[in-house]
Design a binder for this molecule. Structure first.
Ligand code: ZN
Length: 350
């Protein structure tokens, strides 16, 4: 099959119209959308609307170019050939000739350009290089200046690390929309599902008193969640913006081609504090259970008379006494562990 059979660009133009755009959209292209609706801690799914998306588009284009050539050949040979007939008449070597031809006449950058054009035509819901951000009215319990600065800083972190990225604050609903939470009571300060980001503006200390987060802390939370929006998972290093310990932590972190900005030191302290807090909660819970057991044994022990004459009863009482003694020592150790934690957390229970 020679050059003159398909006359290069002119024929390709014929197939770059709405028709095959729609076919791409009906087919593989849908893959890109599956992941977008489902990010964020605990709700991620494996499909990533990331820089890797080009491959979903380029492959169908090559396939369609081949199909186009088949149709073209059909036109030349006979007007009424069906696709089946074409398939049987086109042998493998002809197809690979066709692919070679396509490769020669269409250089890769051109292919990628058209892929990018389609991406921008159809990806109203996701574009990793142009992201709009909107946010709910800042609640009255929060410091509006701190919160506004935090958003701006988070966006700047990403755009200054990635020169091709634009993040724009918009009034109407953006690709990412932020909802503010007073606290999320959990071990994370934010989460994102699709474009809906939830960010807590403070947390409760061990006296259940609410404390406003710093600008840096809120900013890092937003920047971390933007990372999830871009398709990033969790990193094992607490000094990494995408740090997180859960089932989405990647031992071999994939940066998906992004330059990932660093975070402020407050974030690391928060992680440290967060770990102390969960240790505190755990110890407190264990202490509570053990203390109940202690009280139960104590009640049993108190049933024995002050002076016991029966030898069997005396042995039972002594056993119980030893148990209580051991449990008491364990409780003391725990209690001083809790005290140390409270000191570290700088939070004294009333
Ligand atoms: Zn996360």
């Amino acid at each position: 099959m020679g050059n003159d059979n398909w006359e290069g660009d002119r024929d390709l133009d014929e197939y770059s119209g709405e028709d095959w755009k729609n076919r791409i959209l009906d087919g593989k292209y849908d893959n890109r959308y599956e992941g977008v609706g489902n990010f964020g801690r605990g709700r991620k799914n494996s499909s990533k609307p990331s820089k890797g998306r080009k491959k979903f588009i380029v492959i169908p284009i090559v396939i369609l170019v081949i199909i186009s050539f088949m149709f073209l050949k059909a036109d030349i040979n006979s007007d009424n050939n069906t696709l089946d007939e074409i398939s049987s008449s086109v042998d493998v070597s002809t197809i690979s000739d066709t692919i070679d031809q396509a490769k020669k006449s269409l250089d890769t950058s051109e292919l990628e350009n058209s892929a990018n054009n389609f991406a921008s035509d159809f990806s109203n819901s996701f574009d990793s290089n142009y992201i709009t951000v909107s946010y709910d009215r800042i609640p009255s319990f929060a410091d509006a200046d701190i919160v506004r600065n935090a958003i701006v800083h988070a966006n700047q972190k990403w755009t200054s690390a990635n020169s091709d990225m634009t993040i724009k604050l918009v009034d109407s609903k953006g690709d990412i929309h932020i909802e503010w939470k007073k606290t999320m009571y959990g071990q994370h300060a934010g989460q994102i599902t699709g474009g809906l980001m939830e960010v807590e503006l403070g947390s409760l200390d061990c006296n259940a008193r609410w404390n406003h987060y710093s600008m840096n802390m809120i900013s890092d939370t937003i920047a971390h969640e933007i990372g999830h929006y871009l398709g990033l998972e969790h990193h094992t290093n607490p000094n990494h913006l995408m740090y997180g310990e859960d089932e989405f932590t990647q031992r071999n972190f994939d940066d998906l081609g992004y330059n990932i900005p660093s975070h402020y030191s407050e974030y690391t302290s928060w992680i440290g504090y967060d770990q102390l807090e969960s240790k505190y909660d755990q110890l407190n819970q264990e202490y509570g259970i053990m203390f109940q057991e202690y009280e139960k044994l104590e009640r049993e022990y108190s049933k024995y008379p002050a002076t016991i004459y029966d030898e069997y009863q005396y042995r039972q009482a002594t056993q119980l006494y030893n148990k209580l003694d051991n449990l008491g020592s364990e409780l003391n150790v725990m209690s001083s562990q809790i005290d140390r934690l409270v000191n570290e957390m700088n939070c004294y229970v009333n």
